[in-house]
Design a protein around this ligand. Structure first.
Ligand code: UDP
Ligand code: MG
Length: 316
């Protein structure tokens, strides 16, 4: 695809039952995009199996203005898959990804754009204040901190998927073939020049969140296992700790048996056997974990590196 056929800015919006917010959101976006790039934008709505009238609202937007594009899934595949479809099918030189429920305030795009014009490849929003229930805030804070400590690459704290990416970042992202996707981790993994914009996250404007507890846990597990080998290594560490803890207990059991003679027959041998085999099992599990980690790295088939620039025309 030649660059002159690309709009300067695309906005990708995954939609699942957001009938009330679509029209006002479209109006605000049109105004903002118009002020940033004139006519040269597109908005791509990804209907992720909505069961309300979202799709009808989207189609009517598309009929009125050809710069509105849409695609609609055959059923609900989930937010991350909707993002993937949006990124694959948008054409912009810069691409903004945002929620369709006004929780990612459209005016923040102005700051994203300004930073991208200064040469940043990725500009992501960081939620400094969240107007959501204490449970959501608490679990989100815990999750981001845990992920940040465990992940192989630093994943920004409190950043959701609301972000702007340049075309080369989008292409690199699309070249990551893993099927379990966690967009914000993947973008962090990719590198490039990244900047953040702090924003206040308002409550959703209408409708109900589609992210249930089970889905959020699923995303969290996907993030942790996709970007950290620590859970796999837990068995090794436990085994090591267990063996160390065994030593004094074993010494005590032997002392009670042979010196103190204060014991129930069979206790010491039973104790030693349980401790010994317990630690051996954990250490062995840990070793299997190490191999599993290597196999996992291979089946994930991520690119080995990502090139940002080169003067070789078809660099590989
Ligand atoms: N969404 C989606 N598919 C889903 C769940 C959510 O496309 O299965 C969209 C939803 O319409 C919204 C965005 O993803 O635009 C974020 O979802 P939600 O507001 O439910 O998540 P939260 O803001 O609570 O994290
Ligand atoms: Mg939301």
């Amino acid at each position: 695809m030649q660059s002159h056929t690309r709009p300067r800015l695309s906005v990708v919006l995954p939609v699942h039952n957001e009938e009330c917010s679509l029209r006002p959101l479209a109006e605000q976006l049109e105004a903002i995009l118009g002020s940033l790039v004139g006519e040269d934008w597109e908005i791509l709505w990804v209907d992720d199996g909505s069961t309300d009238s979202s799709l009808r609202a989207i189609k009517s937007l598309c009929e009125k203005d050809g710069r509105h594009k849409f695609l609609s899934f055959s059923r609900n595949f989930g937010h991350q898959q909707a993002l993937l479809a949006g990124l694959r099918n948008c054409k912009g030189e810069c691409v903004v990804v945002m929620d369709a429920d006004f929780q990612d305030p459209p005016h923040v795009i102005n700051q994203f754009w300004a930073l991208s014009q200064q040469g940043y490849d990725v500009v992501y929003g960081r939620r400094i204040i969240r107007h959501e229930g204490w449970w959501k805030r608490f679990t989100a804070a815990l999750f981001y901190r845990l992920l940040n400590r465990l992940a192989e690459v630093p994943i920004p704290l409190d950043a959701g998927d609301f972000r702007l990416m340049r075309r080369r970042v989008v292409e690199a992202l699309l070249s990551m073939p893993e099927s379990d996707r966690f967009l914000r981790g993947q973008v962090a993994w990719l590198g490039f020049r990244q900047a953040e914009v702090a924003y206040e996250r308002p409550p959703r404007s209408a409708g109900r969140p589609s992210y249930t507890l089970a889905r959020s846990v699923g995303l969290a597990v996907s993030a942790l296992t996709g970007f950290s080998a620590v859970p796999l290594r837990v068995a090794s560490w436990l085994g090591l700790l267990g063996s160390l803890a065994t030593l004094p207990v074993a010494a005590w059991a032997l002392y009670a048996r042979f010196v103190d003679h204060d014991y129930v027959p069979g206790w010491a041998s039973l104790m030693l056997t349980v401790l010994f085999f317990g630690s051996i099992q954990l250490v062995c599990l840990g070793i299997i974990g190490e191999y599993l980690h290597r196999i996992y790295n291979d089946v994930r088939r991520r690119p080995h590196y990502v090139i940002a620039e080169s003067n070789i025309p078809d660099v590989k």
